[in-house]
Ligand binder design. Structure first.
Ligand code: AHR
Length: 495
């Protein structure tokens, strides 16, 4: 079989929510502290305590939404410890992540400043596991209420006159695990209760996200939808790509075998089955697809880099990660009728990061470049398309060689993202364009000839986006030849 893509350019299938390109930043390792927050007195150039190099790099990605403060940290976080004069803020132990001291210098005000500087919408995750209803309710009041109240007065005393605009609010995180080890029935009741007091103040309308399932825990989704669907706007799902065993060894981020290469990609593609199966359950209770599936943690999870704190989840990032990112984002785009948001874990220095830092230095990872390339899909119209792909076979494993998604941007141009997951062979994709006339075509690509290719502090530009022109017109469509291990975006202007 050869690989063939049919694009029906005059049939749209709804909008690709830009929030699919969302991010997640937790108080974990060097994710917030060092990676984003260095403090106003730091020798690292910063804006209001946030390092400028990271800010500039992230701004270029047009991050639509940023989830914070966790993760597991969220269900141990007490927001009141993180407001007021910084030197007076309570110091606590970050028990989940390395047992280090959390000085609470990055709190609510600093997070909103970060979002403002990035132009990203905030997505706050509240504490159900160890927090009270009152605490959650008062946090929302502190952030969004404009009238006379103790929380408004306190916010103003702390330097912020106007309330902030907050849309996305998560009611707990992984409440089946680190967020309280609850059964779905119990969490569903708690969700109903907590969300009652998460109020809409003035014209600030919250989009409430219930803590969802881990991987293939379909019972969790069933119970949550049955018991609480009318009270939620979104239900989350967490899925990490791990080529090994979570407890016995996940595998190295850079030193991996061919078997691990294949297992990684095969497991990354598994998210499509999860979306479809959780989505089918959601359809039963919500056939109009009002409730969004919010994949608010996804990405690769490998063993930490040798010599680093095991609780800090610091890992390098290669072209393999780029392919996981590209193929996952294609899947989210192709299921945009249900997937309303996704947040890759995590932005800086943690898991599948966009950026790695070391002291003053900063590098962009291959995953960063995929998010950069794929920006064209944000809020674009998904176009009808059909892919028939060759398969990669490795032992018992089989999976498609090529992954694609197609959209029409606000600029009217057609954007096609392709991943060639084969690490040894190029692949030719016969691309048929129906319902449009081919005009100018241009392309960009991220690729390498080494399957562990990465950027390092010594060689920060080994994996970079370059122009791509390996395509030719064919019967009104295109013959596109994708190098091995590549993520490509073609832009087609109609003629
Ligand atoms: O992203 C790291 C951790 O993974 C998060 O804190 C938790 O929600 C998940 O288990």
């Amino acid at each position: 079989m050869s690989t063939k893509l049919i694009i029906q350019a005059d049939v749209t299938e709804g909008k690709i929510n830009k929030n699919i390109y969302g991010h997640f930043a937790e108080h974990l390792g060097r994710g917030i502290y060092e990676g984003i927050w260095v403090g106003e007195d730091s020798s690292i150039p910063n804006t209001k305590g946030i390092r400028n190099d990271v800010l500039e790099a992230l701004k270029k990605l047009n991050i639509p939404v940023l989830r914070w403060p966790g993760g597991c940290f969220a269900d141990e976080y007490h927001w009141k410890d993180g407001v007021g004069p910084r030197e007076e803020r309570k110091r606590m132990v970050n028990t989940h992540w390395g047992g280090v001291v959390e000085n609470n210098h990055f709190g609510t005000h600093e997070f909103f400043t970060l979002c403002e500087l990035l132009g990203a919408e905030p997505y706050i995750c509240g504490n159900v596991g160890s927090g009270t209803v009152q605490e959650m309710s008062e946090w929302v009041e502190y952030m969004t209420f404009d009238g006379e109240s103790p929380m408004t007065a306190w916010r103003q005393e702390n330097g912020r006159q106007e309330p902030w605009k907050l849309t996305y609010f998560g009611v707990g995180n992984e409440n089946w695990g680190c967020g309280g080890n609850m059964r779905p029935e119990y969490y569903a009741d708690l969700y109903r209760r907590y969300q009652t007091y998460v109020r809409n103040y003035g014209d600030n309308k919250l989009y409430k996200i219930a803590g969802g399932a881990n991987i293939d825990d379909y019972k969790w989704t069933e119970v949550l939808m049955q018991e609480a669907a009318p009270m939620m706007d979104g239900l989350s799902l967490h899925y990490y790509t791990i080529p090994g065993d979570f407890w016995l060894g996940k595998g190295s981020a850079t030193d991996f075998s061919e078997d691990e290469w294949h297992l990684t990609l095969k497991r990354a593609l598994h998210i499509e089955e999860l979306i479809e199966k959780h989505g089918t359950i959601m359809d039963k209770y919500d056939p109009e697809k009002r409730v969004g599936l919010i994949i608010d943690e996804w990405g690769t999870w490998f063993d930490v880099e040798p010599g680093t704190n095991p609780g800090f989840l610091y890992q390098q990032n290669t072209i393999r990660d780029a392919l996981v990112a590209g193929a996952s984002l294609n899947i989210f785009n192709n299921h945009s009728e249900r997937v309303q948001m996704a947040n890759i874990a995590q932005t800086v220095n943690v898991l599948q990061a966009m950026i790695l830092t070391e002291g003053q230095e900063m590098i962009k990872t291959p995953t960063y470049h995929v998010f950069d390339l794929y920006q064209v899909h944000q809020d674009a119209e998904r176009l009808s398309s059909h892919l028939e792909s060759d398969e990669i076979k490795h032992g018992e494993l089989a999976y498609p060689t090529v992954s694609t998604s197609v959209s029409r941007g606000k600029d009217g141009k057609i954007h096609v993202s392709f991943c060639n997951l084969d690490h040894t062979n190029e692949v030719t994709v016969d691309t048929e364009l129906r319902g449009a006339t081919l005009g100018t075509v241009s392309g960009k690509i991220l690729t390498s000839d080494k399957r562990d290719a990465r950027n390092t502090f010594d060689a920060p530009s080994d994996v970079e986006v370059v122009p791509f022109a390996n395509f030719a017109e064919q019967d009104g469509g295109l013959q596109v030849t994708l190098p091995a291990m590549s993520v490509t975006v073609l832009t087609i202007e109609e003629g």
